[in-house]
Ligand binder design. Structure first.
Ligand code: EPU
Length: 443
């Protein structure tokens, strides 16, 4: 089965700015949760049902991957996926080649494939180019669980008869490595205690799914996750959490264009940190039973100093859309990026649009960050408000892509934005949503 993203017909997308975005958009299952839950379905031969699934590229790639591994993926009704991995087969080299470089999801199949076949190839990975993004934590953790890593010239694979629970400590609370350990340890023998784990809401959603499947997992204080291995897991029926990162992106679009956007299905709790910061810069919001509405509290926005961090800190994925809002705020804002060493590459194009943003190698913030003194331009100083001008720009990565759209919509004149397909990796129906909000868009 193929699960293509609803295609953005506009590439390049031509946007004429200066008009507030106003109206309603609906969000569905989180891009950073759904593909991982699909991987969890490989841990059982029983039928799994996943609801609230958005038509985005990353979901499509995960569906193709499961299909290539012999699993079945169907969409019996819009937004609902049925997955059955009863006839799963080991990953062939050709499959590995096809998927390497397209997404970061294949690395997460290591645990399920080791559990089912005692062997898992190690893919080289794709995803957004926002830093080196190694997989050393993943491989080290799997070895600590008893897997053997075999490395040859152009091939690496892991083997294990049955993984064994262990005490593991991550050097940094990596989202992917935490998911790796959880997905590998649920069917391991004995107890695994993972410390310095990431606790993002999307990871909690994955844990909820695994608990439904029969796994025994507890999330203790101080980022410790305990997994008691079980012999087998069953199918699940689950509704994925809504995409908080997309909700925050629309919130930034609302204030940057001085508009008003109701994000249907947005939830307050996972966005608490963002909402505090949003209010601090002069955004306002109203939460109701079905979603959250975002707008500017007054005429003007205020500057701030913010550092990205692992959850419950201010997510690195909020950073780019938030920076666009800060270009419209009064005064000097500082953003210290502490999760990725190279997540300000998108700033060049904004400077061409007239934004006053300077990048610094220093840590401009109180957090001890891994990138200080290491020549990475990972702090930004933004002076606002600036009147942005339309420009021809090319999208380098997903979140930068969305923020270029906001910048173009806040700018005077016309912008031509190329490479819009990247946005479909994580944002569903972007053209239709922008049109519904009154954007002046051609493509
Ligand atoms: N890291 C290592 N070694 C590893 C793994 C990670 O050094 O083995 C480092 C990374 O280089 C990075 C930091 O640890 O500097 C955090 O990386 P993490 O593993 O947490 O990121 P990820 O799992 O690859 C997910 C999201 C990203 C999001 C990050 C952080 C998915 C598919 N991707 O990536 O989402 O930025 O967590 O929250 O879940 C996005 O949505 O635009 C996006 C990039």
């Amino acid at each position: 089965m193929t699960f293509p993203a609803a295609a953005t017909k506009a590439d390049p997308m031509i946007l004429r700015g200066g008009k507030p975005l106003a109206g309603e958009v609906a969000i569905r299952g989180a891009k950073n949760a759904v593909p991982k839950i699909m991987v969890a379905a490989l841990l059982t031969g029983e039928k799994c049902v996943l609801r609230n699934v958005a038509r985005i590229v990353d979901v499509g790639i995960s569906a193709e991957l499961i299909h290539a591994l012999g699993g079945e993926v169907s969409e019996p009704e819009p937004g609902v996926l049925e997955i059955c991995a009863a006839n799963l087969r080991p990953m062939e080299r050709s499959v590995l080649r096809d998927f390497s470089g397209r997404s970061r999801i294949p690395i997460l199949t290591c645990g399920p494939l080791l559990a089912r076949f005692g062997m898992a190839p190690v893919p080289s990975l794709g995803g957004c180019r926002i830093g080196s993004r190694p997989v050393d934590f993943h491989l080290r953790a799997l070895q600590e669980l008893g897997a053997t890593l075999h490395e040859e010239a152009h091939d690496a694979h892991l083997t294990a008869a049955r993984l064994q629970g262990n005490k593991i400590r991550l050097d940094y609370p990596s989202v992917g490595a935490t998911e790796q350990v959880i997905l590998a340890a649920v069917l391991a023998e004995g107890v695994t205690e993972l410390s310095n784990a990431a606790v993002e809401p999307e990871i909690m959603d994955l844990i909820m799914v695994l608990q439904k499947m029969g796994a025994v997992i507890s999330v203790d204080v101080d980022r410790v996750i305990k997994i008691v291995g079980v012999k087998q897991l069953r199918g699940f029926d689950h509704t994925a959490i809504p995409d908080r990162l997309e909700a925050a992106s629309w919130a930034c679009a609302a204030v940057a264009t001085n508009g008003r956007i109701y994000v249907r299905n947005a939830q307050q709790f996972p966005m608490m940190t963002f909402l505090n910061r949003f209010r601090q810069i002069g955004g306002d919001f109203r939460v109701d039973e079905h979603g959250i509405e975002f707008w500017r509290a007054g005429e003007r926005l205020r500057s701030t100093a913010v550092e990205t961090d692992v959850y419950p800190g201010f997510s690195t994925d909020y950073q780019q859309p938030f920076v666009i809002a800060l270009t419209q705020a009064d005064g000097v804002s500082i953003v210290h990026e502490t999760v990725y060493e190279d997540r300000f590459g998108y700033v060049d194009a904004l400077q061409r649009m007239g934004a006053q943003i300077q990048l610094y190698r220093e840590c401009l913030g109180g957090l001890r960050c891994r990138f200080g003194q290491r020549n990475y331009k990972h702090s930004a100083v933004i002076v606002g408000p600036t009147r942005l001008r339309g420009a021809d720009i090319e999208i380098p990565d997903l979140r930068a892509g969305f923020s270029y759209l906001i910048a173009a919509l806040a700018a005077e004149g016309e912008s031509r934005i190329a490479n819009t397909r990247i946005i479909e990796r994580g944002y569903e129906n972007i053209t239709a949503k922008l049109l519904a909000l009154g954007a002046d868009l051609r493509g």
